[in-house]
Design a protein around this ligand. Structure first.
Ligand code: 9MR
Length: 480
């Protein structure tokens, strides 16, 4: 028998899912998303210190950091080296926990931040860009999740029971109340928890302000509004917290990118978000460095389905809707897009076709991505024994890591074994266009047509193309 609380959770969950399913059907197969290959005018790019546009490709590290005693992910330096060798990635989304940053109110743990910095260095030495992600699920350990410190968890006696799937825990009374107290949307409560959260963000940014390996900060993983939902949440408490966080970070760090996520429920499945435009004190327009980092988990997959049969059509509809909504929101925010998370059990039917489809979509959108996650196991490119899974060869894919100008398009055609990259050189950008050519497709390196002067580094498997301003296009096929 389920307890009354469990039934209530299921009832809430069932309503959420039923509404979602109805909306998905309403979106229909012609939902949109087709059209723009490469980039449109006005598309923003995340740039490196040399002004090159970055195509960010990588994984989150790591889910286990939600629970480890020191808050560190499972990786050692050799695992970072392996990840780089096996996948040629240039990006990692590194999980942080507020409770580790600020273990007691107003007390920051520098030892924790130094441990993070040591791992950031392992990535930096291999050319990675690291996104520091202030992670949470289900608020914090006090409500069956992770992220927030216990001293910042006010449930007023309400409790949270474990649920399956875990996301339904967002509807548990203790979790809802903890979020309501955090957002200040119910009467009463003690401390100003948002002020503490913003202080913790500023502390992290102060620690990493001069670290060139860090690309930016993900201000909150999968925000949840508690009892305030939809646009009322996103344009209200969430936008205010983001703006306060951005303003605070900019007092100590002028240059790193600030990544914002929409409320996860709904947006992860392709529904609209009410997240409004935010101000970056470093400047408007091209000066602003705010990136949009929504997650992508089509609902049929959230419910454990694969990419096959009837589900496939529904996932495709969800993907089209997701792309349309993401591009719309990114335009509103004036922000480049990074898919902050997508992922699934790699053993599900059609899973690899789905991953490849998302990768192609990311290429077309000019979006970065961080696959969830690098924890050895059933979702990862390696299993618990560190043996490659079917995902590894799918993620190990050629792409331009950095482009010396504005990318116009890039496309990998596996059947034709051809990577094409087009861009407009921009005056003032330093360094060349760097292309990763994996051994599995380019054992002897690449043969190029176009692209200017070139240099091949067989160790990092990077082809560097040096070309000036103007339009460029290069076609790369395997040598030999
Ligand atoms: O994969 C993670 C699962 O093992 C955990 O039980 C769960 C709750 O902490 O989190 C999962 O990871 C999620 C991530 O934290 C946020 N986005 C969705 C991920 C997959 O469900």
């Amino acid at each position: 028998m389920k307890s009354p609380a469990a039934w209530r959770t299921w009832a809430v969950g069932a309503v959420v899912l039923a509404v979602a399913a109805a909306l998905l059907v309403a979106v229909g197969p012609e939902g949109a998303g087709a059209g723009r290959a490469g980039t449109a005018r006005g598309h923003r790019w995340i740039t490196d210190r040399q002004g090159r546009a970055l195509v960010l490709r990588g994984l989150s590290t790591a889910g286990d950091a939600k629970q480890t005693a020191d808050g560190m992910p499972w990786i050692e330096e050799k695992d970072v080296a392996r990840e780089h060798r096996a996948l040629g990635t240039n990006f990692v989304r590194f999980l942080l926990q507020w409770r580790k940053v600020e273990p007691a109110p107003g007390t920051y743990d520098r030892t924790y931040l130094k441990r993070v910095a040591e791992r950031v260095r392992w990535y930096g030495e291999r050319g990675y860009h690291v996104l520091l992600d202030m992670h949470q699920d289900l608020y914090g350990p006090g409500t069956g999740g992770n992220g927030a410190p216990r001293w910042a968890t006010e449930t007023d006696g309400h409790t949270s029971a474990p649920t399956d799937p875990w996301e339904l825990g967002y509807a548990e009374p203790g979790t809802v109340r903890a979020f309501d107290r955090f957002w200040g949307t119910v009467e009463g409560g003690g401390r100003d928890l948002r002020k503490h959260y913003v202080g913790a963000l500023r502390e992290v940014a102060g620690h990493f302000a001069d670290d060139d390996t860090v690309i930016g900060y993900d201000l909150m993983n999968e925000p949840w509004g508690g009892s305030v939902q939809g646009p009322a949440f996103e344009s209200g408490p969430l936008a205010r917290l983001y703006q306060d966080g951005i303003d605070a970070i900019r007092t100590v760090d002028r240059d790193h990118w600030l990544f914002v996520e929409p409320s996860a429920i709904g947006s992860n499945w392709g529904f609209a978000t009410g997240l409004p435009r935010l101000d970056d004190p470093r400047g408007d327009g091209d000066e602003a460095r705010i990136a949009y980092a929504p997650h992508l988990y089509p609902l049929p997959m959230d419910l454990g389905g694969g990419y096959t049969g009837d589900t496939k059509g529904r996932v495709d509809a969800s993907l089209r809707a997701w792309r349309e909504q993401t591009e719309k929101t990114a335009r509103r925010l004036g922000a480049p897009v990074v898919i902050g998370e997508f992922g699934l059990d790699v053993g599900l039917p059609g899973a690899m076709e789905y991953v490849e489809k998302v990768q192609r979509m990311a290429d077309e959108m000019g979006a970065g991505f961080a696959y969830w996650s690098n924890d050895p196991g059933s979702w990862a490119p390696w299993d618990a024994e560190m043996k490659p899974t079917v995902l590894l060869p799918v993620l190990d894919r050629p792409y331009p890591r950095a482009v010396a100008g504005d990318p116009v398009s890039y496309r990998w055609d596996e059947a034709e074994k051809t990577l094409t990259v087009s861009w407009r050189g921009v005056a003032g950008v330093r360094g060349g266009t760097e292309v990763y050519l994996p051994e599995r497709h380019f054992p002897e390196g690449g043969r190029t047509e176009g692209g200017g002067r070139q240099e091949w580094n067989p160790k990092s498997r990077t082809l560097t193309l040096s070309s000036g301003p103007g339009a460029h296009s290069v076609r790369i096929t395997p040598r030999g």
